[in-house]
Design a protein around this ligand. Structure first.
Ligand code: CS2
Ligand code: MG
Length: 417
């Protein structure tokens, strides 16, 4: 490794010309898309561009439409390149565009921090906290299995745990895996068909949390994800029913294309609300934040335009006491997680960070310097965001087509998955 590659050589204020960039698609158990940017001086930065089930669209957007625009530019000009890719394309927003912009942005922050010889959080303003509170995913085929898995997560040191369980009469309920740590919803080349019943779910969910509080007491933080499946009034009913069990948050209670829909939920319940894993820009959450209709905003680095844009969202949210709770499922690569942890270490209005563990195969492809301790993830001290890619190993895992499931009602109507 040269002096420049390990980040020890500071480039000062001089130009860092982008020499080349390439996209790496790899499937160490699941698909990931990674952008690698190289500069003349030998500094390399990487960014996550993974969009679950639509990976190749972002890979092509980057290779065919973005990379040719990067060559020769000054890697230090992160803001100008962001504006160029956002305004310059004319076609704004959307998950494909914003994931591509995020990948460039993340790689450039990685390079800038390496050029400075500093961990990325130092460039944002330094640490605001010693560790990043995370929540893990406990799930089981039924309530008792979920109760046991929450126990297993507590033993691993988690202080906050999301709980989901199988529902009698519902085939393929959201969030229920094979009983191990690595729940992967994108499980087939063509979408798996699952069944949904709102009434079965609404009857079941309060029983799960009643039992969890009985078994695990009041100290542990519990979270729950509705995954967009309820109407606003149904979500309000659930929020009310769950109040005795004091959730940390209720997530994606109803689809949020219509931001105003959350007003109805808000009028009926004090259960805290989280939303935003599918949002791409500040425009997707502006009304939710300004009207104080939510408590946590779940946008994250890869799907919301990188650190540059996420910072704008967080700053808006801070004005309204809305805190961050970034998405961190396994379809967001360790590169996204590394960048997110630097962001989380700094952002003043931090709430919590989702942390679904990656498989050992994935961790081997993406060596990283963050670590879990006592319920927190700790961002490392290496220059940059602290995550690299082993491209030789990555090449051993070629892309495999996989899509997310779909959900239908008993009469066949397509529902929100
Ligand atoms: C979920 C995700 O982590 C979450 O909260 O909603 O598992 C989501 O289903 C996947 O990221 C979809 O790719
Ligand atoms: Mg979710």
């Amino acid at each position: 490794m040269s002096e420049a590659e390990d980040g020890s050589a500071a480039s000062g204020g001089g130009m860092l010309r982008i020499r080349g960039a390439r996209v790496v698609v790899t499937c160490p158990g699941r698909n990931f898309v990674t952008l690698v940017i190289e500069t003349d001086q030998g500094l390399t930065g990487i960014g996550d561009a993974t969009l679950n089930g639509r990976e190749l669209a972002v890979a092509s957007y980057l290779t065919d439409h973005v990379i040719p625009n990067l060559i020769g530019r000054d890697a230090h000009r992160i803001e100008d390149i962001w504006q160029f890719l956002y305004r310059g394309a004319y076609w704004r927003r959307g998950p494909v565009t914003m994931s591509a912009i995020a990948a460039v942005d993340t790689a450039l922050w990685d390079i800038k921090a390496k050029a400075a010889g500093l961990p990325l959080y130092q460039l944002l303003g330094g640490r605001s906290r010693e560790g990043v509170l995370v929540y893990g995913h406990a799930n089981g085929a039924d309530i008792e299995a979920t109760v046991d898995q929450v126990g297993a997560y507590r033993e691993m040191g988690y202080r906050a745990i999301r709980a989901q369980s199988g529902i009698p009469g519902v085939r393929g309920a959201y969030g229920v895996g094979r009983g191990d740590l690595y729940y992967e919803p994108a499980d087939a080349a063509l979408p798996t068909e699952t069944l949904w019943s709102t009434s079965a779910y609404l009857n079941h969910a309060p029983k799960l949390f009643e039992r969890l509080r009985m078994a695990h007491g009041d100290e542990i933080e519990l979270l729950h994800d509705v995954h967009h499946r309820l109407t606003p009034i149904e979500a309000a009913r659930l929020g009310k029913a769950l109040e005795p069990y004091r959730l940390f948050w209720l997530e994606d209670a109803t689809p949020a294309e219509n931001q105003e829909a959350f007003r109805l939920i808000r009028q009926h319940t004090v259960t805290p609300l989280a939303v935003g894993e599918v949002f791409n820009t500040i425009w997707d959450c502006r009304e939710l934040i300004q009207n104080q209709l939510i408590d946590y905003i779940r946008t994250t680095v890869v799907h919301a335009g990188g650190i540059t844009h996420l910072r704008r969202i967080a700053d808006l949210a801070a004005l309204y006491q809305v805190r961050t709770g970034s998405h961190g499922a396994t379809d967001l690569s360790p590169v996204c997680m590394g960048a997110a942890l630097h962001f989380d270490s700094w952002v003043p209005n931090f709430g919590i960070q989702e942390y679904m563990r990656h498989s050992p195969e994935t961790d081997a492809v993406f060596p990283h310097d963050y670590h879990f301790a006592d319920g927190y993830l700790i961002a490392g001290e290496a220059p940059g965001h602290g995550v690299t890619i082993d491209e030789t190993l990555a090449a051993r895992y070629p892309y495999e087509p996989r899509q997310l499931p779909v959900a239908r009602l008993a009469d066949g109507t397509l529902w929100h998955w």
